[in-house]
Design a protein around this ligand. Structure first.
Ligand code: PGA
Length: 254
């Protein structure tokens, strides 16, 4: 199963000039690199999707950072799954902790988004994970269980192969603090167990379970390779093509 290396560019790349610079650097860094065991996925701000699509960087698959669940209509400021699909996206990050925190996204809304993404042929990258205080209060496993179960309510097992679940401890996102590999492994085992309960083992095995939170070239081993994760979701380091490709190389060559 190929690993996923996903870049979440968040609200960065502020102008057409910066977009061009980023894409040129990216192309340059990829030149001559053999990355055959990984899918490289970039999730830029939606306004950059046409530019990223036009750049036709070989091997790069596009994803969105968010989406609304409705198809079309009077929803000022929102972007629908069909729009994303038609502008070249294959994936959509859903339920990211920053969306939950700053935009009050709740489990029920994340569930509607997951269902809608799958219906429209987009692969959801469902983010789950506990906050610092939840970790300190030994609630990690119960938070993950609640988030995964509610996000996947009414999702049929036939769609399992299109699902990605990203374990992203909130206290690790943007902080340079990372969990121990056995903690990541524990989250992985739990997520797999929940998926098995929902879909059965055969289908649960098709879901990719990845790690996100302060992933860098120096943390990729501890957070992805050692705990046997199916890939990574990278924030800050994806803004530097050199670092993104370096992480991809480390995971690819394992
Ligand atoms: P980070 O972000 O790599 O900057 O910690 C990860 C994420 O938010 O997905």
């Amino acid at each position: 199963m190929s690993k996923l290396i996903i870049g979440n560019l968040k609200m960065n790349i502020l102008s057409p000039a910066q977009q061009e610079q980023y894409l040129n650097l990216f192309k340059k860094e990829l030149t001559g690199k053999k990355i055959n065991n990984c899918e490289l996925i970039l999730c830029p701000p939606a306004i950059h999707l046409p530019g990223f699509q036009k750049a036709k960087i070989k091997k790069i698959i596009l994803g969105a950072q968010n989406m609304f669940w409705e198809e079309k209509g009077s929803y000022t400021g929102e972007i629908s799954p069909s729009m994303l699909k038609n502008f070249g996206c294959a994936y959509a990050i859903l339920g990211h902790s920053e969306r939950r925190r700053y935009f009050c996204e709740r489990d029920e809304e994340v569930n509607l988004k997951v269902i809608s993404a799958l219906k429209n042929g987009l692969k959801p990258i469902l983010c789950v994970g506990e906050s610092k205080s939840e970790k300190e209060n030994n609630q990690t496993l119960s938070v993950i269980t609640r988030q995964v179960k509610s996000a996947l309510e009414k999702v049929s097992r036939a769609k399992a192969e299109n699902l990605v679940v990203a374990y992203e401890p909130i206290w690790s996102v943007g902080t340079d603090e990372i969990p121990k590999s056995n903690e990541v492994m524990e989250a992985r085992v739990l997520i797999f167990k929940i998926l098995t309960g929902l879909f059965g083992t055969k289908y649960a095995e098709k879901v990719k379970i990845i790690y996100g939170g302060s992933v860098s070239a120096s943390t990729a081993k501890q957070t992805c390779l050692d705990p046997g994760m199916d890939g990574v979701l990278i924030g800050r380091e994806s803004l530097v093509p050199y670092e993104f490709i370096k992480i991809s190389g480390i995971i690819n060559d394992k």
